[in-house]
Structure formats: C-alpha cells, structure tokens
Design a binder for this molecule. Structure first.
Ligand code: AHR
Length: 657
C-alpha cells in the first residue's frame, strides 16, 4: 500500500513574531476611518469545512449507534461479536452461528446480510458501536432492522453497561419470509458512555437481518435519520456563512473507485452503498480499520444541514482525479462525461423543479423547495496540467448550462511556491471564479502572513481560504494541540482575511471535528465523544469572527504592528461599527480607539476571548476554559480608551450614530 507523503512543514522553520513586553507609557492609538466604509464583505465570509475524517460522520454527526449496520464492511462481521460478553456464570451461552450471506439480498446496493442460526433458544450476539454506544438516561432510541425469517417470529434486544447491567430492552416481532422493516422505541434507564447492544433469538431456527439500527429519536429538529443535536448546536452557534462538504480528500478517494459519488448517497438509506473511508489506514500512527462510510449522512442531509444552520451550501465534486498524495489515478479526458453529468445533475437535485428527475427525488425526500445552490468545487486539493485539462471540460459544460453557478478551483496543497504559483497564474488566465487555498502552517506563519491578501489583484479570481489551521508541532503530527496559541494566531491572521473581504470571499478552519477515541488528524475545531462535545479555543475564534462580520470594510490603522492586529467593518444591518483587535503580547496595554468622522453615542457591545496562557486548552471537563466573555460600555465620544488584556481577542461593536 502506498502511503501518503505529506509535504514536511515544521513549526520551527518560521521566525517568531510578537512581543514579550510593551511600553505601558502611552496608549496605542487605533484609528478607524469610520466616515469611509469601503468594499462589501462577502456575506458568506466565515464558514465551515466538513469532512468525514476522525469519525466526523458515522460515529459523530450522524448518530447511528450500530457500527456496520448493513454488513458491508470489507470484513463483514466487523463490529459484530458472536459470543455474548455477559454469559451467566457457570453456564455456557446458548449455541448458534452467524454468517454473512448474499443470496436474495435486501437490494443490489446492499448485497450482504446477516444470517443468524439459533441452535438453542436464547442465542445472542452483540454490536460494539463506534468505540462503544453512548446512551442518555431517559432518552428514547429507535431500534430497527430489516428482517426475513422462515422460522423465529421475534428478536429481543438489550442495552447493557460495562458491568452487564441492562439499561434498556425491547423486541421486534411478526416476521415472515419477505424482507420488511420493523421498529420499536426503547427508553434507556441510565447514562452509559460505552454501552453494547445485544440481540437474542428466543426460538430455534434461522433469521436474516440487515440495516440493524439503533438511532436516537431526539435528533436535530427531531428528524428521522437526523443529526446529533449537541454537535449541530455547536455548528449553528457559529452562524457560518457557508458549509463546504463532503471534504477534503474524501472527495477524491485513494483510487477513483472509492471516490465520493453523491448519487450513491441520496434516497432510501438502505440503498446507499457503504464504502471504505479513505482515512481508514492513511496514517500508520492512527490506523482505523473499522472506518467506513455508510452515507446515512449524504448529500440531501448536507444540503438540509446547510439550510438549518443558515449556511450557503458548497459541495465539492471529484474532477476525475483520485488523491494526488495516493494513487493519483486520473480518468481519461474522453471518460469525463459521467463526472460532468454528476455536476449537472447535482445542480438539478439542489435547484431543479420538483418535476425534474433529480428535483423530484429531492421533493420525495422531503424538500420540494430548492436548496439555492450557487457554487460548486471542481476537485479538492488538486494541481497540475492534468487538473487544468479536466477543469476546462467541466467549465465548458457548466458555464454554458449554468452560468449562475460559481466554480471553485484548487491551488494545490501549499500556500506558496510550486505548484501554488503556477496554478494561480493559470486561474488568472482562465478567469476562474474562486480559488481555494490551503494552509496548514505554524502559528508563526499565521502571524507573519496577516498581510497576505493586501496586494492581491482586486480584479482577478476571488479567494476561498478553504482549509487552514495553525499546526503547533507540524502538519499531520499527532502531537499538534488545539491551544490558545494556535487559536489566537489564527485570529490575528483572520483580521487580514476580513480587511481583504473584497478578495477573500470565504474562509474555513479544517478539519472541523474529531472523535476523542477515534481520530486520525489533529488539530480539529470541535472534539466529541459518544455523549459530549466541546469547541476548542480555535472554535471560539471562528465563532466570534463569524458572529461579528460586518457588511463593508472600514479602513483601520495600525493593521499589524508590534503584536497588535486589527480589522474594522461596518454592519449596515445593525448600524454598528465592528472593530477587532488582537493583542499578541504577554502584557496588557492601553489603547485609544478613535472612530474618525462620526460621533458615536450609546452602548457598545464587547466580546473578549483571552487566556494569559498560550498553552491553555478546552476539554470535556472544562469545555469553556477559553471561551468568549461579553460586556458593554457606554460610548459618549469618538475617542474611546480601552484596556487590552494579554493575549486577547477583543471585538467591539460601536453604535454607528
Ligand atoms: O483536512 C484534512 C485534509 O487536508 C483534507 O482532506 C485535504 O484537503 C487536506 O490535505
């Protein structure tokens, strides 16, 4: 197997920037040219990058609790165990046998199912879930399965904790010899982080099972096949401008055969074909052989999520190239029809009338109204001539048939050098709409690059800072931290994104989330386990920026000077000037904010995110250790004295009048 060779980027290769001490004599003056608001800031400026990495989908946002519910993993009994964990002392468990079969399956996309042979009554087996099954006391869970049985007429199930104590039970019954779906709801009596699901057959004979599911009833907006509430709440609270999905390298696949194909992820969940997840064995240091994609969270659910959280949908499609870090397999130019067709049909699925073939499916799934798709990514992190040739094929079809859709193109995996420069030169020549830049760099790089976009061509393609995160140890290093240093340096950098909001249309931290017991990539914006989730300091930086984005850029000075980083905007909706000031220094300092050209009066709202300790982190135990504080202050003149705490992100919303 060929392993991914990442470009080596070390935190140590960048010069440290920032101050250890400042003169406390004179206040630093921050001048906001309030009378001269400039260009418009994109309304979708700060958004979300979602990828199914770190068990972010199955085992995370998609709250199915049964692992390998459809018996389609490469090892089809993965997650399933023949011998009951808790047989009564001194007694042999009842005998039986499990096998995975393919004759007369549930449907052709789901060719494997489980045949259970109970030789003795009470034969049982169990599912271990995604690193255990998390259940809450008093909550309801829907247990369901497709069953076919010529013999036993019922199956019984229990949920047990680590000591074998039962915390819930139920039964499915009334089977016949045709596949049918049965369901019941169980209310659990205790909170258990690592429960197991046990299934018993109380009559001898054979029974076939498929799509065995245990799913919380209480999902986001109470949707069946809905999403995990606590995690969506964190996303919703960001007020993200856009949702990029489904990745990331997962779009590309290690080979084309395992690329992401959106058409296999919509419609009935029992018809969605499970495939391997490309992060399954990407990194030797974090193998996850049980990592597959059920696509229970598919393109319909992504569009629905985007709508629910008020974000513009941004799907990324395969452009006929597998990951260039892996096989780099490339579809021939004369074989791109299927790929281009996928893009055209996706537009119909999202925006077409309910009478069109793909619009009809959307309507049948519950959303007759369009999803208002306005942009699509062609390829993920691609580069090189082969990519450009393929992009041209897509662009020819899409720009002719859907000139209203903006196309996002890639600039490779690095933020400078080759292939970044040649890709940008090509995109300028081709007048591409939006170019996706990625930077997984050191915190020092983020501080040193706050002016990155100050001199970008205003008439060229727009920028999508599509994946970025400060790497405290180095890219793909498992010892990277989500600490205050990574977060505050990202905040400093984001002032530069906002000051250039006429060029930078969108920006998103990456990756978005990780299961604490099953991650592959660090750092990540949100961490979760089977029951809990929390935002990192990096999450709170994203949140305070996304929650405080104006509609027009306002000139401010200084912009990046002596450990101080600023951006200013006017919010024409709330009639407020928004000033962001990052103090990257060990000491607090006095500042004097001057709102030139206006006479503000009223209450200013202040948000402060700070820790004197750059190594501070949030955790399951202390999820809000580094989190925003809100306050207000009376403003009676255009000169406003403020105190900036050490290592602080300060956001002021001043009344415009
Ligand atoms: O965010 C993790 C990975 O980093 C993404 O999948 C890929 O686009 C980038 O290389």
């Amino acid at each position: 197997m060929r392993k991914r060779t990442w470009f080596a980027i070390s935190a140590l290769t960048f010069l440290p920037v920032g101050l250890s001490c400042q003169s406390q004599q004179d206040p630093v003056v921050i001048s906001v040219d309030a009378a001269h608001p400039g260009a418009a800031i994109s309304p979708s400026m700060f958004g979300i990058f979602f990828e199914d990495i770190n068990f972010a989908a199955d085992g995370g946002l998609y709250p199915e609790l049964v692992k390998n519910r459809s018996f389609e993993f490469s090892e089809p009994l993965t997650g399933w165990h023949e011998v009951l964990g808790f047989s009564k002392k001194g007694l042999d468990p009842p005998k039986g046998e499990l096998s995975v079969r393919t004759e007369n399956p549930l449907n052709p996309s789901n060719p494997h199912y489980l045949k259970v042979r109970a030789y003795e009554t009470g034969y049982g087996f169990w599912n271990s879930g995604f690193r255990g099954i998390g259940v809450e006391s008093g909550a309801e869970y829907r247990f369901s399965a497709y069953v076919r049985s010529g013999g036993p007429k019922a199956i019984r199930f229990t949920l047990t904790d680590g000591s074998g104590h039962e915390v819930g039970s139920g039964k499915l019954e009334g089977f016949d010899d045709h596949w049918k779906r049965y369901e019941t709801v169980v209310r659990t009596t205790a909170t258990v982080q690592h429960a197991q699901l046990n299934i018993f057959v109380d009559e001898t004979g054979q029974v076939d099972l498929d799509m065995v599911s245990l799913f919380p009833v209480d999902t986001w907006k109470q949707r069946p096949n809905g999403l995990r509430k606590d995690i969506v709440q964190l996303l919703y609270d960001l007020h993200p401008g856009f949702l990029r999905f489904p990745g990331g390298c997962i779009v590309e696949g290690r080979q084309l055969a395992t690329r992401y194909r959106w058409k296999t992820t919509v419609g009935d969940i029992a018809q969605r074909q499970t495939i391997i997840n490309r992060w399954n064995d990407e990194f030797d240091q974090r193998p996850a052989p049980d990592y597959f994609q059920s696509f229970g969270l598919g393109f319909y659910e992504y569009f629905q999520l985007a709508e629910d959280i008020g974000a513009q949908p941004l799907p990324i499609l395969n452009c006929g190239m597998a990951c260039q870090f892996n096989s780099s397999e490339t579809a021939a130019l004369n074989q791109l029809d299927e790929y281009v067709r996928d893009a055209l049909d996706l537009i119909e699925f999202a925006n077409g009338p309910a009478t069109s073939p793909w619009g009809k499916l959307r309507a049948q799934m519950g959303h007759p109204e369009p999803f208002h798709l306005t942009m699509i990514g062609i390829g993920n992190e691609q580069w090189g001539e082969r990519y450009v040739e393929r992009y041209k094929v897509f662009a020819a079809a899409l720009k002719t048939q859907h000139p209203e859709i903006k196309l996002v193109v890639a600039a490779g995996p690095l933020p400078s050098g080759e292939p970044f420069e040649s890709m940008w030169s090509t995109w300028r020549t081709l007048k591409a709409d939006i170019v996706d830049e990625h930077y997984y760099m050191s915190p020092e790089w983020f501080l040193a690059n706050t002016g990155r976009y100050d001199h970008y061509d205003r008439s060229g393609p727009k920028v999508f800072a599509g994946e970025y995160a400060a790497q405290t140890a180095g890219m793909t290093r498992p010892d990277n931290r989500n600490n205050w240093k990574s977060a505050i340096t990202e905040a400093a950098f984001m002032t530069g994104l906002e000051r250039n909001g006429d060029v930078v249309q969108m920006a998103s931290y990456a990756p978005l989330m990780a299961h604490a017991d099953a991650w592959q990539w660090k750092p990540d914006e949100i961490w979760f386990d089977n029951l809990h989730s929390y935002g990192t300091p990096d999450y709170y930086v994203q949140k305070v920026f996304a929650n405080n984005t104006g509609t027009r850029i306002v000139p401010v000075s200084p912009q990046a000077d002596g450990g101080l980083y600023t951006s200013a905007s006017l919010d024409e909706r709330s009639h407020e000037y928004i000033l962001k000031v990052i103090n990257y220094a060990t000491t607090s300092r006095q500042a004097e904010i001057r709102l030139n050209g206006i006479r503000p009066s009223g209450i200013a709202r202040v948000t402060t995110l700070t820790s004197a300790d750059l190594s501070a982190e949030n955790s399951f135990e202390y999820p809000s250790a580094v989190s925003p504080e809100s306050s207000t202050m009376d403003v009676t003149s255009a000169v406003i004295p403020v105190q900036l705490r050490p290592y602080s992100v300060n956001i002021y919303r001043f009344p415009a009048q």
